[in-house]
Every structure is written in C-alpha cells, then in structure tokens.
Design a protein around this ligand. Structure first.
Ligand code: GDP
Ligand code: MG
Ligand code: ZN
Length: 387
C-alpha cells in the first residue's frame, strides 16, 4: 500500500492531506527537472503579491489548524501540471490539497493553481514538498475556453499585467485574425496587449513596412507594436521597455513563432527549449509541456512562456470583443436589427460608419470574422451587447 506523503503529525485534518500518495509523487517527481538545475526562476521579490492577496493569506492563516506551517507563495512553474512555488524563504515543489481534486471535477480547473497564482502553501516540518491549501484571489486571469460548456475555462496565467502577442514576419501575411483574437482575450482579462512581430531578419524592408502598417491599422493607436529579430538583436530594447520590473507578462503565439528564442535572447542564454527540440522523450512522454516563468535580467520583470497552445477559441468573450472593438459595438447599437451582421442588412449603422470613414474597414472585417465565430459558439449572448 502506498504510504501517504506526510507522517501522521499532530493536528492533521482532512484538509491538510495531499491529493497524491508518495509513490505517485516520487514517480512524477523523478521525471521533473531538478530544482537546483533551474535557472532564471523569479524570486519572491520579483513577483510581489497585492495587498488584497496578503490580506487573504493572513485571513486564511488565522483560520488554519496549523498557521505556523503556512507560507505565502507564488506558483512560478507548472511541469506536467506539477507546481513549483517560491516563498520568501525558498523554492519548492508542491502538490494540491485533497479538496482540489473534488473541485476539479465539479467546477472545471478554474480553481486549480495556475502559473502566477499566489497560494497558501502548507509545509510540515521535515518535508520537502509543500501542499497548496488555497489559491488566493486573483488580480487578473488570462484564460481560454476549453471543454464542452460555456463556463469551462483553462487558466493560462494568473495575475498577469501584459500579454505579448507574437506573430512572425517573413512567413507570408501576418495573421491579423490571430492577433485580434489575442487582443480580445487580453481585453477580457484586463491585461495590456502588446504586439511583437518576430523574425524581422527574414523579410525585406518593403514587406516589413507593409506588415507593420496592416498590424497598426488593425490594433489602432492604443496598442504598442514592437518589431524584433532574435538573430540580429533588433527590437530587444523595445521588448524590455514593455516588461518593466515588477510586472508579470505572458508571451502568446503559435508554436514556431519565436517566443522561446526571444526569451532566451533576452535572458542571454538558452534556458527555454526552442525549435526542433523533440516533443517527447524516450519513454514517449511530453517533455515540453510546462508553463514557465522567467525573470529577465536587469530592470525587466517576469515573463511566462507557454508552449503547446494550438487554438484560442472564442467562447463567451463578448466583453473582450466589445472592449477590443469599442467603436464597432457602439455603432452597432444604431443598426435596425438587433442581430445585424453588418454584411447585407438594411439600416446598418456600422456599414454607414465605414462609408463615412469613421470605422476602419479592415477592423470591421476582422471583427466580423470573430463575431460570427462567437455567434456560432455561444449559447446565449450578453443581452446588452449586439454583435
Ligand atoms: N531567422 C530567425 N529565426 C528565428 C527567430 N526567432 C526564432 N527563430 C527560429 O524559429 C524557430 C521556432 O522558434 P521557437 O523560439 O522555438 O518558437 P516558439 O514555439 O514560439 O517558442 C526556431 O527554429 C528558431 O531558431 C528570429 O528572430 N529570426
Ligand atoms: Mg517555445
Ligand atoms: Zn449592422
């Protein structure tokens, strides 16, 4: 029989038990990167909790059975779902308290710790592995839909300030729809989106100017656009300026867009796996499924790299869509039909605004693509937002 992860200590309640037996933990632990070998892991002072999160931690401790064993920590890596937590004193692996497994089934994984989460971590004397007892309230949540129901979300990063939306140059036209989709998700979460066009060395001056102009037209004046090349070093200071110390960013983009290479270049060494690295090790396990926060050198903050994001479906992001395209949503209130698609309907205020030069046609085209996807996916729309 597998022994429990902790000894039978005094005052151990049901809630204090870990969800995984020590045999499981050892097996998973052996496949995880060794803590000592990890580089660029943010320190407690790089990630700083908000006053509300500190207060929530204090409140949790005052009600806990063993307050002396509780530590405030931040989840800075997830290796195959296994959290690495930094506290004021140390860095350690953690597992979830028993309650989490139940929450998982009932409510989706919205309450499971994500990268960037502040947690109440219990560490019994003499143990190397902590137990995450509680995820503290999140300042912001960057999440995507997954699963069958409208409400089922996967949290990609918690407490994030900036979303770096990466698209490569030199591979045909930059995918405006993909950028817009990311802007919608960022707007929904309240993080600042910044567009990063990578691999500038792969395209001509002319092509580059054209692509940057298209992207600027799409995103408007309020969103920064940075052009980079990890090969020549161009634009790196521009990226650094977008992620100052004290902020937490997430880098987002298709596989192969150059995200990890960009972060490695900023770090000054190859901390993150890139390009043609095998996705599976000899035992057939995925080796790259990890969400990793790195602290960039100098006066820069923390960035989360998340490989393996194939799709960003838009389900239930009406609020984000309205925030990312406010002028279109505003104009659509004047359309004759509530469910106007702004394509062929008579009395369409949005098309009238395009004719009048008040709304950019390119933005409308991209908006219509996203809105029709959401119309198909959504069971019901927010009644006060007309798409
Ligand atoms: N020419 C050029 N190639 C790049 C640049 N950045 C990344 N790459 C290449 O693009 C491929 C994918 O890069 P990677 O960083 O792994 O992409 P990720 O999946 O977004 O993390 C690799 O083969 C990199 O060498 C760049 O700035 N210029
Ligand atoms: Mg990568
Ligand atoms: Zn209309």
């Amino acid at each position: 029989m597998a022994k429990r992860a902790r000894s039978k200590g005094a005052g151990r309640g049901k809630r204090g038990r870990a969800a995984m037996g020590s045999a499981d933990a050892t097996r998973v632990g052996a496949a995880l990167p060794k803590i000592d070998a990890l580089e660029d892991v943010p320190a407690f002072t790089d990630v700083r909790p908000s006053d509300e999160q500190r207060a929530a931690f204090e409140a949790f401790c005052s009600a806990a059975e063993t307050p002396g064993e509780m530590h405030l920590g931040c989840v800075v890596r997830l290796d195959r779902g296994f959290p690495l937590v930094v506290t004021e004193e140390r860095m350690l692996r953690a597992e979830h308290a028993v309650g989490f497994a139940k929450q998982d089934k009932e409510k989706g994984d919205g309450l499971l710790p994500a990268v960037g989460d502040w947690v109440a971590l219990r560490l019994a004397p003499g143990h190397d592995m902590g137990v995450i007892e509680r995820v503290l309230p999140r300042r912001t949540v960057f999440e995507r839909w997954r699963g069958k129901n409208r409400g089922e979300r996967q949290v990609l990063c918690a407490n994030v300030d900036v979303i770096l939306v990466v698209q490569p140059l030199g591979a045909g036209e930059v995918l405006l729809g993909r950028i817009a989709r990311s802007l919608v998700l960022a707007a929904d979460c309240g993080a600042e989106p910044i567009v990063v066009l990578t691999k500038a060395d792969r395209c001509s001056e002319e092509e580059r100017e054209g692509e940057v102009a298209r992207v600027r037209r799409l995103v408007g004046g309020g969103v920064r656009v940075v052009v980079t090349s990890s090969a020549t070093g161009e634009g790196l200071d521009g990226v650094r300026a977008c992620v100052p110390a004290g902020t937490c960013s997430m880098i987002l983009g298709e596989s192969g867009a150059g995200k990890s290479t960009l972060l490695n270049t900023l770090l000054g060494h190859d901390a993150l796996e890139t390009g043609a690295v095998r996705a599976r090790d000899d035992a057939g396990r995925h080796t790259t499924v990890a969400r990793v926060m790195v602290k960039l050198p100098g006066s820069c903050g923390v960035v989360t790299d998340a490989p393996g994001l194939r799709s960003l479906p838009l389900v239930g992001h009406e609020r984000g869509l309205a925030r990312a395209f406010p002028e279109i949503v505003e104009a659509s209130r004047g359309c004759r039909f509530n469910d106007c698609t702004h394509t062929h309907e008579p009395g369409c205020s949005v098309r009238a605004a395009v004719e009048a030069g008040e709304i950019d046609e390119l933005r409308l085209e991209v908006f219509k693509g996203l809105a029709s996807e959401m119309r198909v996916s959504a069971q019901s729309l927010d009644p006060d937002i007309h798409l």
